[in-house]
Design a protein around this ligand. Structure first.
Ligand code: ARG
Ligand code: ZN
Length: 855
């Protein structure tokens, strides 16, 4: 049964106050909920409270009197007929956290009790109107064994705590801000805090705590520094100040996704908190800063202003992703950050937009909302708001966000509210822009520049088309903001500066006069619009741009396009000429003006998946072959340059700074090209790097290169890595991933064997992702022509679905893209999906993803 956006109706009953009492016990926790309910509007509808996961009431009372027959269970809802407009409803339920493998609601993780309520987990804890437009003030009392659960945390401020007989104790918390139930949280366990303070711009002192197992305390420094930097940044850039006296973060090891922004009590997957140089890579450190900022920023974009219904999810997620991207850009190199964000968009969102699960950033319907925490809602959502910022200008945009926060503080708002605030504050008309919220699919833009003669006029012809997506056969032209410039073909300078052209019709022509040289087109600077671009620029033009473009992103992009054109041409069986790419890469590698981080990004070949996305009827083996051929040529032809870059990028001592990070990245990229060249000493170099490094970035870089190739050092490094980090789950995840991503033959069999390794478990989402999630993006191994990789993933989907439907559903899209592959593979993939669909008792999560993928 699909839920539809147009069916939204305001709630019949509001719950201004809720008091919860938890008698904590891993096997059987008793939850008493006292709800002050108020009828909204004139209607005779009963009170309907959502329940989930087989929740059953032990008792129900109204206004202090226990009811025995005035309530009923309808599906999973508790339905109560209420005579008046205001009542006190009390329910008592019993739940079993230790038996909860879904990791939604209240569950046990490593001796800890913790919660995850977004989107619809609160209904597994108690009966409640589980929808984000019902906002309540929460008072939470927790009671439990003082030895097992010495720390008792919930949202807001702690009002009281104390000892009880029989070794028990309690704590009482109160959150003064009304919130939807998806922001409720509690944690009970044996935790230690890294404590610090932050003084807000208005002079209030906030107590900060990052709670982890005691042994992990030394690994919380980076997260704490990131938190304080985020708090200062949001004051400076968006004028947003923190509002409670306490801000706590808890790290847990069993968590379905990255982290959760519960009011005043963020709960994190431990991989986004714990880091030190020996066990976490630069990418891990960057991700921690980004996720800590993301969850903190939700305090305004998500909590103070929340969502009216789950169709508005991108209102908080798209906006908050943009905010965390801006924060990370300000902390390090903006150009490199933008390149990373665009790479992530192309890797995760573009395929989604081009496949059976395509949906607009504000979807029209869903079966299971958990399936809509997607790259489209998050990352394309961020791109859409970034475009608004570009169109309105920085000041107009800031005026818009100020008005939005001011106008909707304390409310459950819609995407439309956000757009209207932008319009009202800036005076802009965003009528046509709203299409970005309703139309799915990545627009295709073509750009063609013609010139009469030097010194004359240039004509830029632009056109757009938005592809058909499921349920959306006809599309309208959208406003596509393109930042561009014309570079002089001799000087390389931008003639007439940078232009912003809004392509808002199917076709548009723009002319440029007074050109002093023949122009070369540089377009979509900074990836100003999330589109697929086709131009008729020659390899020579692209090579020229890759050496001269003033916009670093466009410079990177020119190189990518040059590589992509070369690879796609070869995959289609066209003539192969690697020379322009080799020359351009040489140029970049030897340009002394470029920093290492940029160089490392610019010389990376487009991924096999992204090359495949440009083709029909993909043959992954063919894609891998043409890409390997270019890699090998680049390695061999530029062997001296790679050796040079490898030596140059050698850092003396570990330091976490943009420059040192860039050096480490370039070093491992160069090492991989030396291996691709078959340099006689590559394995020796890799093993030496592996052993000598004082940090995980270099060690994992070397391990990855070794894992991809057959050399005696491979087994030695993998064995050493395993022994060295035995017991450190986050690092053992890396050990699984290095093998699951391996490009060497025999990887399917190796991964099947790893699934039987004693350290493998499908119950922990990080471990599942480290092996099965990684394998499913390994183009060669997953798409093994035998179909064995598909069968392995389908078996995993079925096994995981019994424990954790969300985690199982996330594995479906890799098979769901079957239509993109050559007929042999496509039919093997489809067969596996059909096998899954035929199994009785599938979760809604898996059912929705599989049936839509086949449909
Ligand atoms: N709101 C959380 C975040 O973006 C993620 C919650 C994910 N929930 C889910 N059901 N997938 O930070
Ligand atoms: Zn979020």
């Amino acid at each position: 049964a699909a839920i539809r956006r147009e069916d939204y109706r305001p709630p019949d009953w509001l719950v201004p106050e809720i008091a919860l009492d938890f008698q904590l016990d891993a096997q059987a926790t008793r939850v008493t909920a006292r709800l002050t309910v108020r009828r909204q509007g004139a209607h005779g509808h009963p009170l309907r409270l959502d329940g989930g996961g087989g929740l059953l009431p032990v008792s129900v009372s109204i206004d202090g009197e226990e009811l025995h027959d005035a309530w009923r269970i309808d599906g999973e809802q508790l339905v109560i007929d209420l005579p008046g407009d205001d009542h006190l409803v009390e329910t008592i339920v019993q739940i079993a956290p230790a038996a909860n493998s879904t990791l939604m609601g209240l569950y046990a993780s490593n001796g800890l009790l913790c919660t995850q309520c977004e989107a619809e987990g609160f209904r597994r804890i108690t009966f409640f109107p589980d929808r984000p437009d019902v906002l309540s003030r929460y008072t939470v009392r927790m009671e439990g064994d003082a030895a097992l659960y010495p720390v008792l945390l919930s949202n807001g401020d702690q009002l009281d705590a104390g000892e009880l007989p029989a070794g028990r104790h309690y704590a009482l918390w109160r959150d003064p801000f009304p919130k939807p139930c998806y922001l409720f949280a509690l944690v009970a366990g044996d935790l230690s805090a890294n404590r610090d303070q932050f003084v807000t711009r208005s002079g209030r002192t906030i107590d900060l705590g990052i709670w982890v197992r005691e042994a992990d305390l030394p690994k919380t420094r980076h997260a704490m520094a990131s938190l304080k930097a985020s708090m200062a940044w949001d004051e400076r850039v968006y004028g947003r100040e923190y509002d409670l006296a306490v801000f706590n973060i808890v790290a847990v090891s069993d968590f379905n996704f990255g982290a959760m922004e519960n009011k005043g009590l963020n709960i994190f997957n431990s991989r986004y908190i714990l880091a030190d140089p020996d066990t976490a890579t630069d990418a891990d450190f960057d991700a921690i800063a980004g996720v800590v900022a993301h969850e903190y920023f939700h305090n305004w974009s998500g909590n103070r202003v929340t969502c009216r219904d789950w169709f508005q999810l991108s209102l908080k997620e798209g906006f908050t992703v943009l905010r965390d991207q801006q924060f990370s850009a300000d902390q390090g190199s903006p150009a490199v950050k933008r390149i990373e964000d665009v790479r992530a968009l192309r890797a995760a969102q573009f395929p989604e937009d081009a496949g059976p699960l395509a949906h607009p950033i504000r979807p029209d319907s869903y079966i299971e909302i958990s399936n809509f925490y997607t790259a489209t809602i998050y990352n394309k959502g961020a791109e859409v708001i970034r475009m608004m910022k570009l169109i309105l200008g920085d000041e107009g945009f800031r005026a818009g966000t100020d008005l939005y926060f001011d106008r909707h503080d304390g409310q459950a708002a819609t995407c439309e509210d956000f757009i209207v605030a932008m319009e009202d504050a800036s005076g802009a008309d965003l009528t046509q822009f709203r299409l970005w919220y309703t139309q799915a699919g990545t627009p295709r833009v073509t750009a063609s520049l013609t010139t009469d003669a030097p010194g004359g006029r240039a004509r830029l012809r632009l056109s757009q088309s938005v592809p058909t997506t499921p349920g959306q056969p006809d599309k309208q032209p959208m406003p596509i903001p393109l930042k561009l410039s014309l570079l002089g073909a001799v000087s390389g300078a931008a003639m007439g500066g940078e232009h912003l052209v809004i392509l808002d019709e199917a076709e548009k022509e723009v002319t440029f006069d007074g050109l002093t040289e023949l122009p070369v087109l540089s377009i979509n600077h900074g990836f100003s619009a999330p589109i697929c671009l086709e131009t008729d620029r020659s390899p020579a033009d692209l090579a020229f741009l890759s050496a001269h473009d003033e916009d670093p992103f466009a410079r990177y992009e020119a190189m990518q396009q040059l590589m992509l054109d070369t690879l796609v041409g070869a995959a289609k069986g066209g003539p192969v000429d690697h020379t322009p790419v080799i020359d351009a890469v040489r140029n970049t590698l030897t340009d002394p003006a470029l920093d290492a981080a940029f160089v490392a990004e610019a010389v990376l070949l487009p991924s096999e998946a992204f090359i495949g996305d440009q083709l029909d009827a993909v043959d992954p083996e063919m894609v891998a072959t043409v890409r390997e051929a270019l890699r090998a040529d680049l390695g061999t032809e530029l062997i001296d340059e790679w050796r040079d870059a490898y030596a140059r990028a050698h850092a003396n001592r570990y330091e976490y700074s943009p420059n040192a990070k860039g050096m480490r990245r370039l070093r491992s990229v160069a090492l991989a090209f030396l291996a691709a060249a078959g340099a006689p000493d590559w394995a020796e170099l890799a093993f030496a790097q592996y052993r000598a490094s004082d940090n995980m970035t270099d060690r994992q870089g070397a391990l990855g290169v070794l894992a991809n190739n057959d050399a005696p050092e491979r087994e030695a490094a993998l064995a050493d890595f395993y022994d060295r980090y035995a017991g450190d789950a986050l690092v053992i995840d890396k050990w699984f991933t290095a093998q699951a991503l391996s490009t060497r033959s025999g990887t399917v069999e190796a991964v099947e064997a790893l699934a039987r390794h004693p350290d493998f478990t499908i119950a922990n989402p990080n471990r599942l992702r480290s092996l099965v999630g990684a394998f499913a993006v390994n183009q060669r191994a997953f798409h093994d022509p035998s179909g064995r990789g598909y069968r392995f993933v389908a078996d995993m989907i079925l096994g995981v679905d019994k424990l954790n439907p969300q985690a199982a559903a996330r594995l479906v899209p890799s098979l769901g893209r079957w239509r993109r592959y050559e007929p042999g593979r496509a039919s093997l993939m489809r067969d596996e999906l059909e096998r899954v669909l035929a199994v009785p008792g599938l979760s809604k999560d898996v059912f929705e993803q599989v049936s839509k993928s086949l449909g």
